[in-house]
Design a protein around this ligand. Sequence first.
Ligand code: AMP
Length: 325
Amino acid sequence: MILNQVSYSFDVSCCAVYAGLSRGMTLFTVDSGMMEDVGALLGYLRESALTMWVSTPSFAEICIQSTLFSADLMPNLKQFLFCGEVLSHKLCDQLSARFPHARVLNTYGPTEATVLVTAVALTEAMRKDTRPIPIGYPLDGMRLDIADAGGGAVKQDGVCGELLIIGDSVGPGYKGRPDLSEARFFIDTETGRRGYRTGDVGYRIKDLYYYQGRVDSQLKLNGYRIELEDIENNLMKLDNISRAAVVPVWADERVQYLAAFLTLERQDGLKALARTMRFKELAAAVLPAYMIPRKMIVVDSFPLNTNGKIDKKSLAARLRGDVTP
Ligand code: AMP
């Protein structure tokens, strides 16, 4: 029995559907309704007799909040496979305590390169290491290169650069977007195979790869791939918002939620809570629910950095309470 938690529109679902079904496993799916009630969800999991778990780390983090989520609940569970976002040390430690006999696999891959391109079964040494949890070794037929800021190859271990994926599963490009395809996809001159510039920053130690963030402002929130500029541009379409700056709030190596700092075109006389509710209502017309910032904070003006851009570091510091808004 194999769990699929992610939406079928998310390529990670292919792991459970194809790899699971082709090995004769039965698919156990969790729908969004089941996720609204963790108590009921744990009941389904108890009934499921799962042997393999495929999900984003975020989903396991929801489950692990309940002390019932342990090997007693799912005694047949042998493996967790995670993909799609950063797997934190905290979650790995919790899983190892609650499921001492289950293997934890971390895997990595963007949709453009078709599901997974690296994987690793975590060892205790990796869990105890001060480095991030590794994203894995390249899978058969795949190569990962690391490029420095000038596009040159990074050869030394431990030095960060942009991860480039070369191999059979890289797609031909974006449909109807030759401009974007040209910028991100390439043909590897050495092998003639397709390559993709991921925008992910990483490094390798021997042949094991580590993820270190993004070159742009794309991030993952609860497994969803999000561009902050996309949210900002959509918020600025709403009545009375003149400028928006969206800031991720991090804890335990992952984004917990988003906060939007906003300047208004005119005073609206609303209290903060009423205004947030109004903006959230309006935002629902232009953004999917997972992209609507949890906090909406109105400011008179934005702090600017030395380049004259909105200083998002200082906005993030306000949220942490380092500076009063
Ligand atoms: P998607 O196309 O939705 O699968 O998102 C792909 C992006 O998710 C990658 O480019 C990474 O930024 C991120 N990602 C996927 N797997 C991992 C992982 N194991 N650790 C950290 N980030 C990941």
